[in-house]
Design a protein around this ligand. Structure first.
Ligand SMILES: C[S@@+](CC[C@H](N)C(=O)[O-])C[C@H]1O[C@@H](n2cnc3c(N)ncnc32)[C@H](O)[C@@H]1O
Length: 238
């Protein structure tokens, strides 16, 4: 999935406003989990949000080993592991769970989504909350577009041209990469598939997983953010 681009992710997303996003997240954490001290970043990528949250104790999981290595370099005090968000057991709970930049949409089936939400819930400490940034809704996805992004550091230059397509409710993104290290230039292609889900579909998944979720349209990014917590358990009748 990110086997080509993981190494260049922070270059390609050099213009993404991680600082602004993290500032808004911090405000949301204070509002929803004021006593929160620990964060698990699910599908953490290179750990850029966690790098900007030094006051929290952090952990992260990701499928891609290169991301886990980079996240660990950014937060050597954190606990980062290669794991699949569909099925993981870290043996510990966290006050705050985050799953950002639409990573959840890489799960393409209801079974995978429900299994992941079950794992999220199982890792949530009492009083905690889960923050999930979704992908686009079905009507929002435009096919036939191409989008260019580039980035560089002292010795690498990367140019990515991403095209958008669709098969049913699955968006297909093909990333064409031109990567220069010094004057060695190579071309590589990566295919990404992300599920397009509407808000009422998300609410059905949350309900089925035993979570109550509030959708915040603008509080984090233009994609919105779900804040989910387990349904309160009914008091035992006497
Ligand atoms: C768009 S990136 C987001 C990374 C990071 N959260 C951020 O905001 O920069 C999507 C991430 O999801 C990860 N991912 C996709 N499917 C996964 C899965 N089943 N389990 C764990 N990580 C997964 C990818 O490896 C990648 O790091």
């Amino acid at each position: 999935m990110f086997s080509v681009s993981a190494e260049y992710y922070d270059l390609v997303y050099g213009n993404k406003d991680y600082q602004g996003e993290t500032d808004r997240l911090r405000g949301l954490f204070r509002r929803f989990v004021p006593e929160g001290r620990t964060i698990l970043d699910i599908a953490c990528g290179t750990g850029e949000h966690l790098r900007l949250l030094p006051e929290y104790q952090v952990a992260g999981i990701d499928l891609e080993p290169t991301f886990v290595r980079i996240a660990n370099e950014k937060r050597p005090d954190g606990n980062f592991q290669i794991a699949d968000m569909q099925q993981f057991d870290l043996g510990t709970k966290f006050d705050i769970l985050i799953c950002l930049f639409s990573a959840i949409a890489y799960l393409l089936t209801p079974e995978a989504i429900l299994s992941a939400l079950g794992c999220f819930k199982a890792h949530l400490a009492a009083g905690g909350a889960i923050f999930i940034e979704p992908f686009f809704e079905r009507k929002e996805w435009h096919t036939g577009r191409a989008h260019i992004t580039s980035g560089e550091d002292d010795h690498r230059k990367v140019c990515r041209l991403m095209t958008s397509d669709r098969e049913g409710d699955v968006s297909i993104l093909i990333g064409h990469y031109l990567i220069a290290e010094g004057i060695d230039v190579r071309y590589a292609v990566e295919r990404h598939e992300l599920l397009l889900l509407d808000r009422d579909q998300w609410q059905d998944f949350f309900r089925e997983a035993g979570l109550s979720a509030k959708y915040l349209p603008e509080a984090f990014s233009s994609r919105g953010l779900y804040v989910a917590r387990p349904f309160p358990t009914a008091p035992a009748s006497s």
